[in-house]
Write a protein that binds this ligand. Structure first.
Ligand code: GLP
Length: 243
């Protein structure tokens, strides 16, 4: 695990964007894994400002809320169009996300089949939840799991209510790529910023691997870069902060 700590979120976001652009330049037909959430906004803004072609890229997103149609402003479909896809030359038919409406079981198998067909992912971008979730793999998730339906934990619903206005309007279920699939990505870049992530980041890096902190499984990946701002790194040992 490579750990890079920066003074400010903007430096961390730019570093993560540079790792992504290096991947796209080195392999223009890479299979990318995109993440959502507030943490990624600066990364996508930086990518949109680069002289970089995504026309041969195929991409998979980690997750989608069950019950939100793709045109819902809080859906991850909408987020990706708003913050990335509408600003780069990526081809919409190569951008895959789970669809949150319709028959969930059919959708899960459609998405897993796509991942099987086009995977493994070359570079997976990840955020981290305050409870150590990755994608929507909440504490207790199967560390070898594939695409599945998941119930959101109260802490995740509370954290994500800032995007919805109220906790009551946050869907309580999602479809998420499983940890087993995430772990098959050739490279992983995890970005964590802000004090609210400090405990989850420390558990991910310094505790033993446990489903109680799904991100801890990333200790077993052999090509992962964890990119942090100072606030998110604050609960790490000094030695790890300097790594
Ligand atoms: C969300 C997403 C995750 C994301 C995380 C952090 O619920 N499903 O993929 O990494 O929680 O979100 P934020 O960056 O808004 O803190």
């Amino acid at each position: 695990m490579i750990i890079k700590t920066f003074q400010t979120p903007i430096e961390a976001e730019h570093y993560a964007a540079d790792l992504i652009s290096a991947q796209v330049r080195a392999k223009p037909n890479s299979v990318m894994g995109w993440a959502t959430g507030g943490t990624m906004l600066g990364v996508y803004k930086a990518l949109c400002g680069m002289d970089l072609s995504f026309k041969d890229i195929r991409a998979f997103n980690l997750d989608e809320y069950i019950g939100l149609p793709p045109d819902h402003p809080q859906s991850y479909h909408f987020y990706m169009r708003q913050h990335l896809f509408d600003h780069i030359d990526i081809s919409p038919d190569r951008c895959h996300l789970p669809v949150g409406i319709g028959d969930t079981a059919i959708e899960i198998s459609r998405y897993q089949d796509l991942l099987r067909t086009y995977g493994p992912i070359d570079l997976q971008l990840l955020g981290i939840g305050q409870n150590g979730h990755i994608g929507f793999n909440e504490p207790g998730a199967d560390l070898d799991g594939l695409t599945r339906k998941t119930a959101l934990s109260p802490i995740t619903i509370r954290a994500n209510s800032r995007y919805f206005g109220t906790a009551e309007t946050v869907p309580n279920e999602a479809i998420t790529m499983g940890i087993g699939t995430i772990m098959t990505a050739r490279k992983i870049v995890l970005l964590g910023c802000g004090a609210s992530k400090a405990d989850a980041v420390a558990a991910m890096i310094q505790q033993s691997v446990t489903p109680d902190c799904p991100a801890s499984v990333l200790q077993r990946h052999d090509d992962i870069t964890v990119v942090l701002d100072k606030a998110a790194a604050a609960s790490l040992s000094l030695e790890k902060q300097r790594a």
